[in-house]
Write a protein that binds this ligand. Structure first.
Ligand SMILES: [Zn+2]
Ligand SMILES: [Zn+2]
Length: 919
C-alpha cells in the first residue's frame, strides 16, 4: 500500500469511528407522528406566567440570611401561605438550552444537539408555547428565538435585548432583569389602547414567559456567594411581586392566572455550570395561583439531604420533581395538549383539583407517552426482518390494550387512586420500552465498528514490523492465493450488503458493517508477516514476551484511568521517576537522572491539585512571571559567558524582546485583575498589550537561533507570556515545570540511546535543526522506541489533564480570559480557552520532535507507534461510553454518577480526535 492510500485509509477508518459514536450513542431519541393528547375536562386556569431565573440555585433562593430573614420575602410568603414548592432536579449538561427545553418541551436534549450547535434547533420539537393560543416572551436573545422558531404559525412573540448588553464585567447585570420587568409592564399598559392585543391577552391558553438572565450573569462574574448574586435575587423577587400584582389588576382578580417560578440550572460555588454537581442540578420550583395546591403542613418529612432544616421549611411539604415534569404541569394548568415529545410525569401533588381531574390528566399523560412508544416500535419493526425482530415483551400490543381498558374502567367506577397508579405503571413501561427500541441496534453496530477498528490497528502493527524492523524476510507473493482471497472477501461483503438491503437499513449501516471487510482483507494479505512475527515471539523466552505484553497493557490502562481519575497521572509520573534507576541509566548520568527524578515528582503534584479556576491566586501568577524572567536571565548570562561562536547580536535581541514580553504579561495580569476588583473594567492599554503578545508569540520563535536548546527555550518563552495572560492561579507554573521535564527528557533519551550503543553521539548543545535533516540517517526500530512513543502519549495526556483544563472547558471560568475581553462572546472565549489548553500540548510536541530527530528515528515510524497506542485507548473508550441519557434514569437522582458519565463522554471526543490531529 502506498503512503497516500495508507493515510487515506487511516483517515477514513478514524472518521467512520468518530461518526459511529454519534450514530450509535448520541442519536436523537425524538420520534414524530404522534397525535396530540389533551385532558377532556375544563382546566383551572386561563393563562400561565412562567418566570425562569437563569442560573438560580435552589439553596440561594430558599435559605435565610444571617439575620434570619429571606432575601426573597415575596416568594417566601407565597410558599408559606398560598402555593406549593419543591426542588426541580435537572440533568446534565446543566446548560441554558437543554434546561429550557426540558422545562418547556418536556424532554432531555441529547448530545447531538450540542454537537450541532446550541443556537438552532437540530430537531423539530413541540413545546408548551407551540401548543398555546398565544405566547409572549421577554428576555435573552440566546433563548427565546429557539422556541419561536420551532413553533408552527405565528403565535409565539419574542422581545429581546441585544447580545452586546450582556456584559460580564463593568455594568450591573441585574439590569437585564429590570429590562424584562419594565417591558412587560409597558406592554400591558400599551394593550389598553390596542383593542386587538387587549382581546388576545384575554383569550384562554395564554402563556407569558419571563426569562431573567441577570442572576446567571452575576453568578459567572462574581460567583454565587457574592453580594451581587444575592442582591440580584432580591431584585427578581421584587420584580415578580410587581408583575404578579400588575397582572391581578389587569385581569380584575379573576383567579384564572397560574404562576410558576423556577430556573434552568444552578451554579457551582466558583461560578460555572454544565456538569452534574448538586449545586448545578438542584433548582427551585414555586407554583401558585389558579389550579395550584395550597401549602400542606406536615409534622415531619424525610429527605436524605439536610436542606429542610437549613431552610427552616421542615413543616411545609416539599414536592420534588424532575425538570421535564414541569411541562405537563403547565399544560394541565391551562388545558393545552401535552408537548408531543414530553417524557415528563404530571406531578399530581401540585394540583388543587378534583380526583377525577387528576385521574383523567394522568391518563392523558400515559396515553401521550405510549403514543411515542408505539411510533418508535413501528419504526423499528419496519426496518427489521420479521423473524429477527424481538419486541419489548412487558408492553406487547395486547398488554397495552389491557392496561388502557382497565384504567378507563377504574375511572368510570370512580376508583381514581387505582387509575392513577395504573397510569404510572404504564408510563414507566412505555419509557423503558422507548429506551429499549432506541438502543435496539447498539450491540450489533458496536461490535462491527470494533471489528473494523481492531483490524485497522492490527494492520498498522504489521506495517510497522514490515517496514521499520528487520524481523521479516523478503516476501514472495503468490498471485493465485491472493486472487482466491480477494474473491472470498468480496463474497462476504456481498452477503452482508444483501442482508442489510432486505432490512432497508440506513446507508450509514452499510458503512459500519462493510468497513471491516477490506480492512481484514489487508490484514490477511500480510499473512507472512504474522507468521514471521509468531516465529520470532516463540523463539524468545516466554517470560520476556509475556512481561513485555503485561507492561504494555499496564501502561495503556494507566492512561485510560487517568481520564477518570487525574491522580493516576501522579502514579505514572512516579513510575517514570524510577525509570533511570531500573534501567541503570542512573550510573551513566547521575546529575541528569537526579534532575529527571525531581522534576517528575514536581510535575506529579499538579494532577493532585483541584481543577483550575476555582480559587484564583493572582500573586502566584505574578511570582511565576518573575521566576520565568529569572530563568531567562540566567540562561542569557550563561550564553554570553560561553561565547558561542555561532551566536550573534540578532539572536540576543530576540531573546531580549521575549523577556520584555514576559515582564509585560506579568504586569498586565496584575493590573487587570486589580482594576476589575475595583470595578473599573478592563483598561484598553492592557487589552492592546494582551492581543499584541498573543500575535507576537507565534512569530518571535521563528526568528530565534536554530540551535536545539535555544530554539526550544525561545518557544517556551513565547508560549509562557501568552499562558500567563490566561492564568488565574497555580496552573501558571505548569508549563514551566512541564518544559523543564521535557528538556531533561531530551537529554535522557540521548543517554538511553548510548546505553544500546546506537548513538553517533552528536553534541546536543550545538545540535542545529537547519542541518539536521541532511546528515541524518534513519535507523531501524528498537523495542525501546515503543517506550519512547509511550512517554510521548503519556506526556500529552498529562499536558491536557495536568491542570484539569479539559475538564473545565465545558464549565469554564471566564476570569481566565479577562485580560483579553470582558464582554460575553462564546466564540472568542472558547477560542482563547482552547489556546490555553493547547499550549502545554505544543510544548510536549516540540520536545518529541527534538527527541525523534536526535535519536535518528523516522517520524513516520514513531507516529505509527503513537497511532497504535492511541487507537487501542480509543477502542477502550468506545465501550466505556455510557448512555445515561436514556430515559430510564430520569428517576435516578445520583448527580455525581451523572457527572462522571458526562466527563466520560467528553473524553471520548478527545481520544478519538487525538489520533486524527496527530496526523
Ligand atoms: Zn442558563
Ligand atoms: Zn450561565
Amino acid at each position: 500500500m502506498g503512503i497516500p492510500v495508507f493515510v487515506f485509509a487511516g483517515l477514513l477508518v478514524h472518521c467512520v469511528f468518530l461518526a459511529s459514536i454519534f450514530d450509535i450513542y448520541f442519536t436523537s431519541p425524538l420520534v414524530h407522528g404522534m397525535t396530540p393528547q389533551q385532558t377532556p375536562l375544563p382546566p383551572p386556569g386561563k393563562r400561565l406566567v412562567l418566570f425562569v431565573a437563569d442560573g438560580l440555585r435552589a439553596d440561594s433562593l430558599y435559605e435565610l440570611d444571617s439575620n434570619g430573614t429571606s432575601r426573597a420575602p415575596f416568594l417566601r410568603s407565597i410558599l408559606e401561605n398560598t402555593g406549593s414548592w419543591g426542588i426541580s432536579h435537572t440533568r446534565v449538561p446543566t446548560e441554558s438550552r437543554p434546561g429550557h427545553v426540558a422545562l418547556i418541551a418536556g424532554f432531555y436534549e441529547d448530545v447531538s444537539a450540542v454537537a450541532k450547535g446550541w443556537k438552532e434547533n437540530p430537531v423539530e420539537f413541540d413545546s408548551i408555547f407551540n401548543e398555546s393560543k398565544y405566547t409572549w416572551s421577554w428576555g435573552s436573545p440566546d433563548i427565546l428565538p429557539m422556541f419561536a422558531k420551532g413553533a408552527s404559525g405565528d403565535h409565539v412573540y419574542t422581545f429581546c435585548y441585544t447580545a452586546e448588553s450582556e456584559d460580564f464585567g463593568a455594568q450591573d447585570a441585574a439590569k437585564l432583569d429590570t429590562w424584562v420587568f419594565d417591558h412587560v409592564k409597558s406592554f400591558f399598559n400599551s394593550s389598553r389602547s390596542n383593542q386587538t392585543l387587549y382581546s388576545a391577552l384575554n383569550e384562554e391558553k395564554v402563556v407569558l414567559f419571563l426569562h431573567l438572565l441577570g442572576i446567571d450573569t452575576n453568578g459567572h462574574a462574581h460567583r454565587p456567594n457574592s453580594r451581587e448574586y444575592k442582591e440580584n435575587i432580591r431584585k427578581v423577587d421584587e420584580g415578580v411581586k410587581e408583575i404578579a400584582s400588575m397582572l391581578e389588576n389587569f385581569y380584575g382578580n379573576d383567579g384564572k392566572t397560574a404562576f410558576i417560578l423556577t430556573s434552568d440550572h444552578g451554579m457551582t460555588d466558583w461560578g460555572s455550570h454544565g456538569a452534574g454537581h448538586p449545586s448545578e442540578t438542584l433548582t427551585p420550583l414555586i407554583a401558585w395561583g389558579a389550579g395550584v395546591n395550597y401549602p400542606q403542613r406536615v409534622a415531619s418529612q424525610f429527605f436524605e439531604d439536610n436542606f429542610l432544616k437549613e431552610w427552616k421549611l421542615e413543616n411545609l411539604k416539599r414536592l420534588d420533581v424532575n425538570q421535564a415534569d414541569i411541562a405537563p404541569l403547565m399544560a394541565s394548568l391551562i388545558g393545552v395538549p401535552f408537548p408531543l415529545n414530553s417524557v415528563g410525569t404530571l406531578p399530581l401533588e401540585y394540583l388543587n383539583n378534583s380526583a377525577h381531574f387528576k385521574a383523567e390528566s394522568m391518563f392523558t399523560n400515559a396515553v401521550q407517552i405510549l403514543e411515542q412508544f408505539k411510533v418508535k416500535m413501528t419504526q423499528k419493526k419496519e426496518t427489521t426482518l420479521s423473524f429477527l425482530f424481538t419486541p419489548f415483551k412487558p408492553l406487547s400490543d395486547s398488554e397495552q390494550i389491557n392496561l388502557l381498558k382497565k384504567t378507563r374502567l377504574y375511572i368510570q367506577q370512580e376508583k381514581y387512586d387505582e387509575a392513577v397508579s395504573l397510569c404510572k405503571t404504564l408510563i414507566n413501561l412505555a419509557l423503558e420500552g422507548l429506551s429499549y427500541y432506541h438502543t435496539y441496534d447498539r450491540l450489533f453496530l458496536g461490535l462491527s465498528i470494533a471489528m473494523g477498528f481492531v483490524g485497522w490497528t492490527a494492520y498498522v502493527i504489521l506495517v510497522i514490523i514490515k517496514t521499520h524492523t528487520n524481523l521479516t524476510k523478503a516476501a514472495q507473493s503468490h498471485d493465485k492465493e491472493s486472487t482466491i482471497l480477494l474473491y472470498g472477501f468480496a463474497f462476504v461483503g456481498l452477503i452482508i450488503a444483501f442482508f442489510l438491503l432486505i432490512q432497508t437499513c440506513p446507508w450509514t449501516y452499510y458503512v459500519y458493517c462493510l468497513l471491516p471487510v477490506p480492512v481484514w482483507y489487508a490484514v490477511v494479505k500480510e499473512l507472512h508477516v504474522i507468521q514471521d512475527l509468531a516465529a520470532y515471539l516463540l523463539s524468545l523466552p516466554v517470560g520476556q514476551s509475556m512481561g513485555f505484553l503485561l507492561i504494555c497493557a499496564l501502561g495503556i490502562e494507566i492512561l485510560v484511568f487517568s481520564f477518570f481519575y487525574r491522580s493516576t497521572l501522579t502514579i505514572g509520573l512516579l513510575v517514570f521517576a524510577g525509570w533511570p534507576v531500573i534501567t541503570q541509566l542512573w550510573v551513566q548520568a547521575k546529575t541528569t537522572a537526579l534532575i529527571w527524578i525531581l522534576l517528575c515528582m514536581l510535575l506529579g503534584i499538579f494532577p493532585l491539585m483541584p481543577v483550575v479556576g476555582r480559587e484564583p491566586n493572582i500573586p502566584l501568577v505574578i511570582a511565576t512571571g518573575l521566576l520565568t524572567l529569572l530563568i531567562s536571565c540566567s540562561s542569557l548570562s550563561s550564553l554570553c559567558k560561553s561565547k558561542n561562536k555561532y551566536m550573534n547580536n540578532e539572536d540576543l535581541k530576540v531573546q531580549f524582546y521575549q523577556m520584555l514580553s514576559i515582564a509585560l504579561s506579568t504586569y498586565v495580569v496584575s493590573s487587570t485583575h486589580d482594576s476589575l476588583q475595583n470595578k473599573q473594567g478592563l483598561p484598553v492599554f492592557n487589552q492592546i498589550i494582551s492581543w499584541t503578545t498573543l500575535v507576537s508569540s507565534s512569530v518571535l520563535p521563528l526568528l530565534s537561533p536554530t540551535f536545539l536548546f535555544q530554539r526550544l527555550f525561545s518557544i517556551l518563552l513565547s508560549l509562557m507570556s501568552t499562558y500567563l495572560l490566561l492564568s488565574t492561579g497555580y496552573e501558571a507554573l505548569f508549563p514551566l515545570v512541564l518544559s523543564g521535564l521535557m528538556f531533561v527528557w531530551i537529554n535522557m533519551e540521548q543517554e538511553a540511546l548510548q546505553q544500546y550503543g546506537l548513538s553517533l553521539k552528536p553534541k546536543l548543545a550545538v545540535f542545529n535543526f537547519s542541518y539536521a535533516t541532511d546528515i541524518m540517517q534513519f535507523r531501524q526500530l528498537h523495542l525501546d522506541d515503543v517506550r519512547r512513543s509511550f512517554f510521548f502519549v503519556f506526556f500529552i495526556v498529562t499536558a491536557f489533564f495536568g491542570t484539569g483544563n479539559i475538564a473545565s472547558v465545558n464549565s469554564f471560568d471566564p476570569a481566565s480570559v479577562y485580560c483579553f475581553l470582558t464582554v460575553f462572546s462564546p466564540f472568542m472565549m472558547g477560542g482563547l480557552l482552547v489556546l490555553k489548553v493547547v499550549i502545554p500540548f505544543v510544548l510536549v510536541s516540540c520536545a518529541f520532535e527534538a527527541v525523534q530527530v536526535t535519536t535518528q528515528l523516522s517520524s513516520k515510524s514513531l507516529f505509527l507507534i503513537v497511532l497504535v497506542i492511541s487507537d487501542i485507548m480509543a477502542l477502550h473508550f468506545f465501550f466505556l461510553v455510557k448512555d445515561y441519557g436514556s430515559w430510564l434514569d430520569i428517576g435516578a437522582r445520583y448527580p455525581s454518577k451523572q457527572c462522571e458519565n458526562w466527563s466520560k463522554r467528553r473524553t471520548i471526543f478527545l481520544l478519538v480526535i487525538l489520533p486524527i490531529i496527530s496526523d
